[in-house]
Design a binder for this molecule. Structure first.
Ligand SMILES: Cc1cc2nc3c(=O)[nH]c(=O)nc-3n(C[C@H](O)[C@H](O)[C@H](O)COP(=O)(O)OP(=O)(O)OC[C@H]3O[C@@H](n4cnc5c(N)ncnc54)[C@H](O)[C@@H]3O)c2cc1C
Length: 439
């Protein structure tokens, strides 16, 4: 007899999982609290156009993401374009697009450029990270590149990425990040190439959900789950706003802070296996009449209230925004930080003041529409040497599997890693469903 499976959360994780389980012939129901699927990758309306809440691109080597895109027949809706990256350093915007810019990068001496290249090569060649787990990040960066590079580049970038608190990070963080970003550099010139789907990641999520439904999954939106039903030592389903739903197996796909609200007191200890610190993001999104930055994104190497500037129109085009451009000004921070709790107007004022330094052609009157988007739980922060890094999906509670973005370590949290791990969970469920029942 087929097991009934309830999935909580209709982001990339939940929809991919629903698809794979339904394709395997299992009886799946997915519950999403919002009126639409998508989560962090959802679309919003801005100035009359449908746009990504947050910026989303694909890297050419994203194996799972590109595989799913192909499988769902979306390849002709995907375009890869060379995009630029800039460095804002010493009050100047410097391009950093490929070998030529690297060789002439004026912010570093020739020797430091060689050291930086050696660092990138070392990360690319190193395929394991166990020995990096207990090494503090900044001293490791200084040893492998130089103290000058740390002071001018790495430390300011880490400050704005982790809201000034990154002492506890292991070397693994920059190893993983360098490898992923290097995968975006293709061709002889090693210029960065990024891909995007027409309509953003949401196009993929919608197609995944449609394919899951065609395979028999039930997808319900507008159904907030308020807790798990835990009886006799086993999870028996979920409590939802519209009543209890019983499943043989329940799989919440929420990261631990969201999961915490669902777990009954006697299962709260399951959270001990996950990182305790999470980054959120507050992001001002502008729809503007013309391009502000010639690069897709900017690494800001001075004191800054924003982590970066991302003009996604370089990657996603402007056909869906009437020729206007989208510029995202994110700040990664925790939900209790001052930045996260700025009012919308304060965030707009503060973040665009920095933008005006980077983009001298920025004028408030060219902003056709703007919004402030907040994501309370975007990614976990893994401190040095706190095992286990990746808690198992099965933590020993009957009727419950835990699969979420806090298990992608050491990969960075993005669609590629999420699809990969959702497929791992699906494989485990399918394998255990096929196993003969115990006598
Ligand atoms: C600023 C930013 C930039 C990014 N850039 C990229 C990029 O360029 N490329 C890339 O691939 N990825 C990018 N990402 C990451 C990507 O968005 C996420 O990794 C991915 O969307 C996470 O999917 P998820 O399904 O795990 O989680 P989520 O998207 O968080 O989905 C969880 C879902 O669960 C639902 N939910 C929560 N509580 C309940 C409840 N009680 N009951 C029912 N449903 C509930 C939520 O509404 C949500 O829909 C970016 C993220 C951010 C924030």
């Amino acid at each position: 007899m087929s097991r009934t499976i309830g999935i909580v959360g209709g982001g990339i994780f939940g929809t991919t999982l629903a698809l794979r389980l339904a394709q395997a012939g299992l009886d799946v129901e997915l519950l999403e609290r919002a009126p639409t699927l998508g989560g962090l990758a959802d679309r919003i309306e801005l100035g009359g156009y449908k746009v990504d809440r947050f910026y989303h691109v694909i890297v050419p080597t994203d194996e799972h993401m590109n595989g799913l895109i192909d499988e769902l027949g979306l390849s002709d809706k995907t375009q890869f374009n060379p995009v630029g990256v800039g460095f804002w350093i010493d009050g100047k915007m410097l391009p950093f697009n490929g070998i030529k810019d690297f060789l002439t990068f004026p912010a570093l001496s020739f020797l430091d450029r060689v050291r930086l290249a050696r660092f990138v090569l070392t990360c690319q060649r190193k395929s394991t990270y166990d020995d990096l787990e207990n090494i503090p990040l900044l001293p490791w960066l200084a040893k492998l590149s130089s103290q000058k590079i740390v002071d001018r580049i790495w430390r300011p970038l880490l400050d704005s990425r982790f809201d000034g608190h990154h002492e506890e990070l292991p070397a693994t963080y920059m190893w993983a990040r360098t490898r992923r970003m290097n995968n975006a550099r293709t061709g002889k010139s090693k210029a960065e190439t990024m891909g995007a789907l027409d309509g953003g990641h949401q196009t993929l999520i919608e197609a995944t959900a449609r394919a899951a439904e065609a395979a028999g999954a039930k997808i319900r939106t507008g159904v907030p789950v308020t807790g798990l039903i835990h009886e006799g030592g086993a999870v028996k389903g979920v409590k939802a706003d519209d009543g209890d739903r019983h499943y043989d197996l329940t799989i919440p796909t929420l990261q631990p802070p969201g999961l915490k609200r669902l777990l009954p007191d006697d299962l709260q200890h399951l959270l001990d296996a996950y990182p305790q610190r999470y980054q959120g993001v507050i992001c001002v999104l502008l729809l503007v009449k013309h391009s502000l930055i010639e690069h897709y994104s900017v690494n800001i190497c001075d004191e800054t209230p924003i982590t970066t500037v991302v003009e996604t129109s370089h990657a996603v085009g402007t056909a869906h925004t009437g020729g206007n451009r989208l510029v995202y000004l994110p700040r990664y921070c925790s939900t209790d930080s001052e930045s996260y709790n700025l009012s919308d107007q304060e965030a707009y004022d503060r973040f665009t003041a920095k933008l005006a330094q980077l983009a001298p052609n920025f004028r408030h009157e060219d902003v056709l529409a703007w919004t402030v988007q907040r994501g309370p739980t975007v990614e976990p922060v893994y401190p040095m040497g706190v095992p286990p890094r990746v808690p198992p999906f099965d933590q020993g509670v009957d009727g419950l599997l835990l699969g979420n973005g806090a298990q992608v370590y050491p990969r960075l949290l993005n669609g590629e890693a999420i699809i990969g791990i959702a497929e791992d969970v699906a494989r485990d469920v399918v394998a255990s469903s096929a196993a003969p029942a115990a006598a």
